[in-house]
Design a protein around this ligand. Structure first.
Ligand SMILES: CC(C)(COP(=O)(O)OP(=O)(O)OC[C@H]1O[C@@H](n2cnc3c(N)ncnc32)[C@H](O)[C@@H]1OP(=O)(O)O)[C@@H](O)C(=O)NCCC(=O)NCCS
Length: 182
């Protein structure tokens, strides 16, 4: 199924199916403390062990945990992160989006550009009606990128995440096919 996923070209990046030789780059994302915290891990967390990462990566490229793409910078073909659509519901035509960049590339617009590519794939190729996501309320850069792509806040999952002895809200956001602008 992976081979059938298309390459979608954005302004600064393109997305293409995640492939076997992306493993090192893909697993390096979790080396960043900020990355882990924004994904809900403890401040004291360590990058996951290689075996765990290998199993997770295998599931990803075998399409067992969603439709996985690598994000590649157009200017120099460098890997900057990965993104995926998962929890695809073919009855209601919806799915959930997730994204993570290598920390060197935070805050340069690549995330926004990649999200738009993934939305294009979801709405134009998969013909989805709605794409949603869940983001921790302190992830201001994530929320900023999602809003720029047209996501709206659906509501708050109050104190849904327990991190380092404290509860944090998760925000549910979504975008409908009719709201998507390339
Ligand atoms: C979330 C992520 C994909 C966003 O991609 P990015 O390339 O870093 O973000 P962008 O540069 O495209 O856009 C971020 C926007 O948020 C804004 N922003 C950043 N910090 C902000 C803050 N504290 N408050 C408000 N807005 C903020 C930026 O200014 C930018 O908007 P602008 O271009 O209008 O200035 C990326 O930072 C990442 O991988 N983070 C770690 C993992 C993660 O959080 N994944 C998502 C989990 S839900």
């Amino acid at each position: 199924m992976n081979e059938k996923l298309p390459k979608i070209i954005g302004k600064q990046v393109y997305i293409r199916p995640l492939q076997k030789d992306d493993f090192e780059n893909w697993s390096n994302a979790g080396e960043s403390k900020e990355f882990r915290i924004m994904c809900g891990a403890s401040k004291d967390s360590k990058a996951p062990a290689t075996k765990k990462m290998k199993d997770k990566f295998k599931k990803a490229i075998d399409q067992k945990s969603g439709l996985h793409f690598a994000i590649i910078k157009k200017a120099d073909e460098v890997y900057v992160g990965s993104c995926r659509l998962h929890m695809v519901n073919q009855c209601d035509n919806n799915a959930r989006l997730a994204i993570g960049l290598l920390s060197t590339y935070f805050g340069k617009g690549y995330g926004t550009d990649a999200i738009k590519c993934l939305l294009k794939f979801g709405f134009k190729t998969m013909k989805l009606h709605r794409i949603e996501l869940r983001v921790l309320d302190f992830n201001k850069r994530g929320i900023g990128a999602y809003k720029k792509c047209g996501f709206k806040e659906d509501g708050i999952l109050r104190e849904n995440a327990y991190i380092d002895g404290k509860y944090y809200d998760d925000i549910m956001m979504s975008i409908l096919e009719s709201e998507f602008k390339e």
